[in-house]
Design a protein around this ligand. Sequence first.
Ligand code: FAD
Length: 438
Amino acid sequence: MGSKVVIFWFRRDLRLEDNAGLHYALKTGGPVLPLFVYDRNILDGLDNKADRRVEFIQAALVHLQQRLVQAGSSLEVRDGRPVEVFEQLLFELEIAEVWTNGDYEPYARERDEAVKKLLAEKGIPFHSLKDQVVFEKNEVVKDDGDPYTIYTPYSRRWLANLDDRHLAPFPVACYIKNFVQRRPVDVPSLEALGFARTGGPFPRNVMGAGVLGGYTNIRDQPAVIGTSRMGVHLRFGTVSIRDLARRARAESATYLRELIWRDFFQMILWHFPAVGKGRAFKPVYDLIRWRNNEQEFGKWCEGKTGYPLVDAGMRELNATGFMHNRARMVAASFLTKHLLIDWRWGEAYFAEKLLDFDLAANNGNWQWAAGCGCDAAPYFRVFNPVLQAQRFDPEGLYVRMWVPELGRGAYPKPIVEHEMARRRALEVYGAAVKGGRG
Ligand code: FAD
């Protein structure tokens, strides 16, 4: 690498197709060095050394590397703290500019600011593009410029603002010769990173045929694979949000609405970063006197609450890293309302287990379920887990799949009686809200 290089830094966009930042980096004429950094600030915080997200990233990098090698190039993979990695790169290389795609999480924003500052000291520009959402930051706001905090009016404005331009792909293949030409360098193995392989399968990054056509009718049935299973691919950018949104726009308004929820929570995290650091979106709910019974929390985690839909969801999560959205909603409501356990405990448990874990979506949905988040309705909604199971799993297929001992002596009795728990939740929530006014 003799001449000055343009660095493209992959993060949540592990693909070569339709990648905004990569498109612009290559368009400079290059030579473009494709970089990935295993971020020790994140990896060292993971207690589970068989973390499937790390395994997913490693597999995605191997795939990227195959494509780059075909193009005569090679991925540069570093293992360290991003600022230190860039200090080292500045020492080793002549860098013309750095391109990347934006990330809206509080840690990522601080990290990018620090890298940008370091580069600026050397007069090197750092360009960050919008890639992982359709609309970001202030692109969908109220007439007075304030951010929306309720989904429905946000989604209306989102749809009104949308035109073909927002979903146009960013081609990469036509600039492929602008990657640095060099001999392949090995992508580190999981073992070299201090992680272990589990070998479990990952969902494919191709949506099943017929998913969009049937989505409206069957997406709420946990027994059926009626949703797209694109969560993990959207999380790590192994699919393009524009591609999915284009297809949704043509085939399923319901699916498009789910993608808008995703943009919505990213926008909330951007405008209200404190939610990602443990604060309730509506501060008065930080006054709730949670019961936080550790034994009950343990039973919820294990899927032994005696409520089959909650237990099936938790066992699906523990076994596969996925939980159907309906089960997620019921399990989250049960933890916070029936057991009066702090939503932050549940949020952290999901963060550890979900393959598609995403701070904005996880936090936003947990706060929504707990009643302290972006929801037009007050805290009164308490899902009845028995009625939810009757409605969405009427033949009991889902619960029997995950709770095979159901109906036999081995299955626990309900940990708490529904009607008593509902009334207790309303009292405790009511007291917090009243106290907050006081
Ligand atoms: P599909 O139904 O096929 O939806 C397509 C995509 O739309 C999803 O992959 C996702 O990116 C987006 N989406 C759908 N529903 C939502 C939603 N309610 N909020 C935000 N985006 C949505 N989703 C995550 O991606 N990461 C999380 O960490 C996460 N945590 C959750 C925690 C709780 C308590 C709840 C109730 C929901 C959570 N969700 C989360 C939202 C939703 O459950 C998942 O996105 C969905 O189940 C993923 O499966 P899918 O890809 O088959 O979804």
